[in-house]
Design a protein. Structure first.
Length: 313
């Protein structure tokens, strides 16, 4: 029987996972990642803190390992992420550099990383999580010191370094129509009007069971109507633990809703779930009392959500 990736290929979308290359020594992990998914995102190893922990000394081994795994298994790579306020290196702190210096540092980082992986990466999350919930700009080091224009700059630098990668802005809580997704919509529209190279919007979709926005599809559609691609980039649907049969069934229905929101829109090009297995999901570490958020459980068994995803494809 085929994996999800075979169904996805037939449906004309990709089905991806976040991958931690440090887990690849676990046979079940590597086999499941290879069999089920045809798109790979480095869970951590292409983030700035991983790539350049000491200023000027890039550490490529982790990211390269992820690319190699994807290539060995015929999967595309989503690059994640070039400019993000979180998981930055310890030397990159507000005020440590002048605004002009910081701009050069960000430019060099984007050029170095996008250049290194040019040809290997299908798309880049060039900017990650630029907005607050109310639609104002997040007060990151980049926003503080470089101002609103850092997003357009980063997109232009990425395009120059890798002309073939699709360039995305990625964020969470932009799945429904709300203040944050409206801000993303207005930004995307304005960037396109200015000729800034923007190809897609990534909707992370770290969701809670029972709370899939009813206007998810309509929201995807309005971005596609701007001429952009949309990808669901970090899907998980968490529940309060312990998981029960009823909760797992309800979660499966939620996975169906998310998949259909994407599959019903031509420009929604794929869905990535944020992890291979509940065993290593980030959810329990960050959302206390919650877990069981992925389609495959901590023993690599397929959950109702897995079969729900399969049936949509
Ligand atoms: C998470 C990883 O899954 C964790 O291993 C890490 O400790 C923190 O980051 N939004 C993103 C992802 O864009 O990069 C985050 O990944 C989850 C939230």
């Amino acid at each position: 029987a085929g994996g999800l990736r075979d169904y996805a290929a037939a449906a004309g979308v990709h089905i991806g996972t976040a991958l931690s290359e440090g887990r690849l020594g676990e046979t079940a992990y590597a086999n499941t990642a290879a069999n089920e998914f045809n798109a790979i995102t480095a869970e951590n190893s292409m983030k700035w803190e991983s790539l350049e922990p000491t200023r000027g000394s890039y550490q490529w081994a982790g990211g390269d390992r992820v690319v190699q795994f994807a290539q060995d298994n015929g999967a595309i790579v989503r690059g994640h992420t070039l400019v993000w306020h979180s998981q930055t290196p310890p030397w990159l702190t507000p005020g440590a550099f002048s605004n002009a210096e910081l701009r050069t540092i960000v430019q060099n980082h984007v050029q170095t990383v996008a250049g290194r992986y040019a040809g290997d990466v299908y798309a880049w999350d060039v900017v990650n999580e630029p907005f607050n919930e109310d639609g104002t700009r997040r007060n990151s080091i980049f926003q503080q010191q470089l101002g609103d224009g850092y997003i357009a700059d980063a997109l232009r630098w990425a395009r120059a370094a890798d002309p073939n990668a699709a360039l995305y802005i990625n964020d969470y809580n932009i799945e429904g129509i709300n203040a944050k997704s409206n801000a993303m919509y207005n930004l995307a529209r304005d960037l396109l009007a200015q000729g800034v190279p923007l190809d897609g919007i990534g909707m992370q979709a770290h969701l809670i069971a029972g709370q899939v926005p009813s206007d998810f599809q309509a929201n995807i559609q309005r971005f596609v109507d701007l001429g952009l691609d949309v990808a669901i980039t970090e899907l998980d649907i968490r529940m309060q633990l312990p998981a029960t049969a009823d909760k797992l069934q309800a979660q499966a229905a939620d996975y169906t809703r998310v998949m259909n929101a994407c599959l019903n829109v031509d420009g929604c090009i794929g869905v990535t779930v944020w992890g291979v297995t509940d065993k290593y999901s980030w959810v329990p570490d960050v959302f206390s009392g919650y877990g069981a958020a992925l389609p495959i459980d901590e023993n690599y068994a397929f959950k109702p959500a897995y079969y729900a995803v399969q049936r949509t494809l």
